[in-house]
Design a protein around this ligand. Structure first.
Ligand code: AGP
Length: 609
């Protein structure tokens, strides 16, 4: 996805901006560019398709210097990956970089064309450049021009702007896409991710939604959406939070569990508008195909397969599209039937899992409408070989047991479900409710992480156990499967998951007072059914551990432990209920003294069949 870096300083900023772009490369992009104001007061620009290294080579041939500059990595949405479409975009004497999607770019483009503006790209961003130039032409004041422009834009954006008439000022704004201000000594920076700026500062101001700012070397003024001045504290960057170090955490797995609020917020960056989702984020090729989808096949392995299983419940309920989910190792060796208009979705954290990759290659020989990779690694084989991609932004996951990769996959899949519901003109209130729920997820997950001490205590009950059962219903059945997989992987306790209604068809024979039975019990339409299943367990002396909604009113009593979960909108509860199961397996493994981050016999990326 796109990346922004910019600054105003008393030194030449080109090396800083290029280093910033290199640090944003991990997000995935297909072109890069830079613009800076030279000593003579003119805006110069260089852009290229491909890697930042290619932009650097161009700059080695045609140097560009300046103490005020902006730079960008672009991932194509409106218009193909080409030099013309690469940012920065210029109009008159100004240049801008933009992350996000301007939804009303088409009518604005028509209005601006009528006013005589000539477009040199297919992008929505060039509309913003011309609109700014238009308002500046009338008002001769950049701050007012920026405010008039922001008032006309719909969608999601983060913007960085420079103007020849204000050689000592950098402007920026954000709405729906993140942007931070880096505070240096006699210099200020902007970045879509603090990582881009850690080379020059570790002090940041985090802009809130709808805010815009004017930065000079020594001053930083910020205003709200209503143009009221606002003050934000400068925050010291917590280095361990996103780096490849464990920092204060004993294991990568625990760190990655605690990174989930940020990883989910990052994954949703640029995907949500006020009450709907921005389908253009899928890229031009994919967006136009969405209305043609009639059927969905999902393939994946392990934890990624569980994400696909949850998605099937969401997709069939919210879009009415039939959806089939299969482990990639089975799918690749059977004759599949592909109805007309079928989309194949391959889900993989690494994008290098041999079975998932083989399944994708096999699918590409069939008559699919197209193939979509949902993946955490932009340059992976899966992403390169699929027709379309939807990237999760979990950041590097080092622990072999997948945690933040899973919840970001679920987040991407719920977003995709909402996008499909939107193009199929499903009830707008359901779409708006999904958007609200997705947006609130990072905060709800932070609340849930506070249960960690209670779960550490609970984990002691597993110390001498050799088996465990996990139960769930509906979309929480795959969450129970994921909980059981986590426990198996890192604590080596044998665990099985069942759809709770299946218990009496066999597994109930295993239940006695030595068998912990973990239930996933949100307050949903299947809760009453689940309660009956739990009574069946209790009646046989099974030890019940319920992760239950605080409103669920489950039976209390001897042999029953409840961990109360905060209430959430039903659709997102599978994501939330994953968290305590991750914490449970982690704390059990800790007690058992296993190698949490590198469990025996397992590899992070399974590149062999
Ligand atoms: C989960 O904790 C696992 N380590 C494993 O099941 C994993 O999800 C599976 O191997 C698939 O990996 P992928 O997402 O990289 O394709």
């Amino acid at each position: 996805m796109c990346g922004i870096v910019g600054g105003i300083a008393t030194r030449d900023l080109t090396p800083v901006l290029l280093e910033g772009l290199r640090r944003l490369e991990y997000r995935g992009y297909d072109s890069a560019g830079i613009a800076a104001l030279d000593a003579a007061g003119a805006v110069n620009r260089a852009r290229s398709t491909g890697k930042v290294a290619e932009l650097e080579q161009r700059l080695a041939r045609q140097p560009l210097t300046g103490q005020l500059g902006i730079a960008h990595t672009r991932w194509a949405t409106h218009g193909k990956a080409s030099e013309q479409n690469a940012h920065p975009h210029c109009s008159d004497r100004l240049a801008i970089v933009h992350n996000g999607i301007i939804e009303n770019h088409h009518p604005l483009r028509l209005q601006l064309q009528e006013l005589g503006y000539v477009f040199t790209s297919e992008t929505d961003t060039e509309v913003v450049a011309h609109l700014l130039a238009h308002h500046y032409g009338r008002q001769q004041n950049m701050l007012s021009a920026l405010r008039c422009t922001l008032a006309e834009l719909r969608g999601a954006f983060a913007l960085g702007i420079i103007h020849q008439d204000e050689p000592d000022t950098l402007y920026c704004a954000r709405m729906g896409s993140p942007l931070v201000i880096g505070v240096g000594s006699g210099e200020h920076y902007i970045g879509s991710d603090p990582l881009a700026l850690l080379q020059v500062t570790d002090r940041f101001i985090y802009l809130d939604e709808g805010e815009h700012a004017r930065l000079t070397r020594d001053d930083c003024q910020i205003w709200s959406k209503q143009n009221q001045p606002v003050q934000h504290a400068v925050q010291q960057y917590q280095h361990a939070a996103l780096s490849m170090e464990k920092g204060e955490y004993q294991h990568f797995m625990l760190k990655e569990i605690f990174e989930q609020p940020a990883a989910i917020a990052d994954t949703l960056d640029g995907l949500l508008a006020d009450d709907h989702v921005l389908t253009a984020a899928l890229g031009p090729g994919a967006e136009s195909q969405l209305p043609l989808i009639r059927n969905i096949h999902i393939v994946a392995c392990g934890t990624s397969y569980h994400a696909g299983m949850v998605a099937r419940y969401w997709i069939e309920e919210q879009t009415g599209l039939p959806c089939q989910v299969e482990v990639a190792s089975e799918y690749r060796y059977r004759q599949v039937c592909v109805p007309e208009g079928t989309l194949l979705i391959a889900i993989s954290q690494s994008g290098e899992t041999a079975d998932t990759l083989a399944a994708l290659r096999y699918a590409r020989e069939q008559q699919y409408l197209g193939t979509l990779a949902i993946c955490n690694v932009p340059g992976s084989s899966l992403v390169r070989e699929a027709d379309w991609r939807l990237l999760t932004h979990a950041g590097p996951e080092i622990g072999v047991a997948s945690t933040k990769a899973f919840t970001t996959q679920l987040t991407a899949l719920l977003w995709l479900t909402t996008a499909l519901a939107q193009v199929r003109e499903r009830a707008p209130e359901i779409i708006a409710a999904n958007v609200r729920a997705l947006r609130s997820l990072p905060a709800r997950i932070s609340d849930t992480l506070e249960l960690a001490p209670a779960i550490a205590e609970l984990a002691k009950q597993f110390q001498a156990k050799h088996h465990a059962l996990f139960l769930g219903r509906g979309p929480h059945y795959p969450i129970a499967m994921e909980g059981a997989l986590k426990l198996k992987e890192i604590s080596y306790i044998h665990a099985e998951a069942y759809a709770a209604g299946e218990l009496k068809h066999g597994p109930l024979a295993l239940v006695d007072d030595d068998m912990p039975v973990v239930s996933v019990a949100p307050s949903d339409s299947l809760l009453e059914k689940l309660k009956s299943n739990l009574q069946e367990v209790r009646a046989r002396g099974g030890q019940l551990i319920n992760f239950a909604c605080e409103r669920a009113a489950l039976d209390d009593g001897e042999g029953i432990t409840h961990i109360a979960m905060p209430w959430v909108y039903e659709t997102v509860s599978p994501i939330l209920y994953t968290i305590p199961l991750q914490l449970l397996s982690y704390h059990v493994a800790l007690i058992k003294g296993t190698d949490v981050d590198k469990p025996r016999n397992l590899a992070k990326s399974v590149t062999v069949e």
